[in-house]
Write a protein of this length. Sequence first.
Length: 494
Amino acid sequence: MHTADLAVVVIYFAFTLGLGLWVARNQRSAADYFLGARDLPAWAILLSIVATETSALTVISVPGIGARGDLSFLQLTFGYLVGRIGVAIWLLPGYFRGEQETAYARLESRFGVGTRRLTSSVFLVTRFLGDAVRVFASAIPLALVAGWSIPTSIVVMGLVTMVYTWFGGFKAVVWTDVLQLSVYLAGGIGALLIAWSLAGGPGVALDLAREAGKLKVIEPAIDFTKTYTLLGGLLGGALLSAASHGTDHLIVQRLLATRSLRDARIALVGSGVMVIFQFTLFLLVGSAIWAAGLAPANVPGDQLFPAFVVNHLPTGLAGLVVAGILAAAMGTHSSAINSLASSTTHDLYASWTGRRDPVHLLRVGRLLSAVWATGLIGGALFFHYAASANDTPVVVLALSIASVTYGPLLGTYFLAGRWPRAQSRDVVGAVVVTVPFMLVVVFAKRLSAYPGLDWLAPVGRLAWPWYVPLGTLLAVCTGVALSYLPHGTKQTGT
């Protein structure tokens, strides 16, 4: 790696740490630390949502999808926008009734504290696994450009993120998200222009891609085994986005930090529009890399863009793009740390101990931030050593893991809002039934390779965008069925 590129990365690390320490001043309570005193502007939350959900997986994997395939991945982003509009209309108002600290506080008022603890625990497990994959993935380009091993890259990036998150809390997370989004979008635009130039200009690159069918966006076929179709994108993407942005505390935490319901709606729907632009950008980067003849078949898709950055970008811009990849990684990583600590503090610790003192919860929250940050480093190291040798995009792996529980979580919110008969027992039963079922569905392809489990092979062919719709449907049906069974003493919220 050239000295100038390394200097860009070092300056970025230093600036991020400085920003985190600067915003740490005047934090006196858990609300300051976890919700930024509920006084953050809508535009900053909008950018923070995009930076958080993007992660390094988008920057690394999506160009590979564009290089290996076409633009049909965008059908999912259309569904993402539809899902956010639905959340803004139906779910968001409930989060602004009273002072709710997490996404799962509202379930306590409907079903009791046990349901809140269960859904929070489901979130903690899913978020931990999904973000451990993301930390592992984002260490790959750092290892390539710095000449470090992947474990060393995981530890370095994890420690830097832990420091500014521990000191700065949620405000540090949001404002560094704004910085990080700007950095990696600038790097993506620069990479696109260079790739187009290497291909002979944007006109030549787009013509080559069009002739090869790589600019195809809409796939109208109704096929549950095909990953990217219009129906799967709209329905699967909408429910995935509704679950991630309506029930996942990682995103809901940001919406709760806005000044009003109106600001939250602007941030949420606006982020859906911007995500479409962002995915288009990185898919086009992949198609431009292909048009330039820089996508050899023997290189895994997740390595195409990092290799292009290292080998073909000019000095300075390569450092900016690497900083951008790290920015995306650290943005999601810091958000995960803060949201995991927030949910553990409020949903589990405070409800079990009865301790509600804001100053005490601030101390507990900071301690838990360090614990979760350390755990995510360990989880990323595990995924590195356990990674398979196939060419499955790591972004698909992370979304598949999230899909195990997103359906059940979304199902509980449907039952809470649309099925008056539902009680705590019904919701708990729906989650207990659906999560193991979805684990089998998600890992059916691998399980079918074992003796006696070959009957799972047809299940393993189900495309991952259908995981959340299937999980949601099963959870709702299970909860409805259980609500008709004889109940004992009626269960109510507190």
